[in-house]
Design a protein around this ligand. Structure first.
Ligand code: TMP
Length: 308
């Protein structure tokens, strides 16, 4: 059945245009949509990954930056060391041939080294603001409209990221120019000293493959520093009563984000940004719907405009 839905490039006889999304079991998805609709907005919550899910994987013809990737410490030596770690570990992160337990150990190692370099390099709050202002990062088309719709219906959104909470919050401030009272961010959170320098990270590290171990964090009281998003200081354990979930992610590990919930219905939407041919089978078995990055997303702005 799946083979009928694969992009044309993966099927020898087909000449049709590659689809932008793949649904392995359309009936199962339709049943979930109907059940969630029938239960109504009061039963629904959204759990979303940040980098490459809410944000664009391609930005003006190049790779969009992640909350980690956009960071310039104001110290070239440390930036270069973090870049070298990315060059080494990112191919491992996206390689579907490495078994997950083995990959999780390597991801833990990557996050540990990066966090240590950020502390050692004396990252400042000022450097975070400037890095976000200069960054090639943008929300995907439709994300702001989705946030607005969810806010209007009082549907909570949990942004669950293995990136950096302080940077994600700064991206929300600078790129959206408005706040959403229904959004809460669970991610690696920094502790700064009185001079505004990073001294440590709070709690246990969240990396791409251990989100399931942190899924209960969503019920914890909000300890974010963000004035504007503090509309979400209400009791988040209430979200546990919302037993229908729309989960958005770009990693199979993102499915673990809903592990702490005893959900009734979950629609998992996956964004397959890279290694499409190798990963599509796994993604379409894991997610109810897989969005493929269309080729035009990779084109630079001028090329897209020329075709319009
Ligand atoms: P997320 O999808 O949960 O937001 O994951 C964070 C992303 O951050 C993940 O795809 C890998 C990336 N990353 C970097 O770009 N640089 C780093 O130093 C680290 C540790 C992660």
């Amino acid at each position: 059945r799946l083979s009928l839905l694969l992009p044309a490039s993966m099927s020898s006889s087909s000449t049709r245009t590659p689809p932008e999304s793949v649904v392995a079991d359309a009936d199962a998805l339709a049943r979930k949509v109907a059940a969630i609709r029938a239960a109504g907005a009061a039963k629904l919550q959204v759990i979303a990954d940040f980098d490459g899910t809410l944000t664009r994987y391609w930005y003006d013809g190049s790779r969009g930056q992640t909350s980690h990737g956009l960071l310039k410490q104001g110290n070239l030596e440390f930036d270069a060391k973090r870049d070298a770690l990315f060059e080494h570990y990112h191919p491992i992160e996206i390689n579907p041939d490495i078994p997950l337990p083995e990959k999780a150990i390597l991801m833990e190692e990557w996050w540990g080294k990066t966090h240590a370099l950020l502390i050692e390099g004396g990252l400042t709050q000022e450097a975070i603001k400037k890095s976000v202002a200069d960054a090639a990062i943008a929300f995907r088309d439709g994300v702001v409209e989705l946030f607005e719709l969810l806010e209007a219906r009082d549907i909570p959104v949990l942004v669950f990221s293995a990136g950096l909470a302080d940077i994600i919050e700064e991206v929300f401030r600078q790129k959206l120019h408005r706040s959403f009272k229904n959004i809460k961010i669970v991610s690696n959170r920094m502790v700064f000293n009185e001079e505004g320098r990073l001294v440590e990270f709070k709690g246990k590290t969240i990396h791409v493959l251990n989100k399931n171990e942190h899924s209960l964090d969503m019920a914890a009281p909000v300890h974010n520093s963000l004035g504007d998003l503090n509309g979400c200081t209400d009791d988040y354990s209430l979200v546990k009563k919302r037993t229908n979930v729309l989960l958005l992610g770009d990693h199979i590990g993102d499915l673990g984000m809903s592990d702490g919930l005893n959900y009734e219905n979950r629609i998992a939407a996956g964004f397959l940004n890279t290694n499409i041919e190798k990963s599509l089978k796994d993604y379409s078995e894991a997610f109810d719907i897989v969005y493929l990055v269309s080729l035009h997303m990779r084109w630079p702005k001028e090329k897209k405009e020329a075709l319009q």
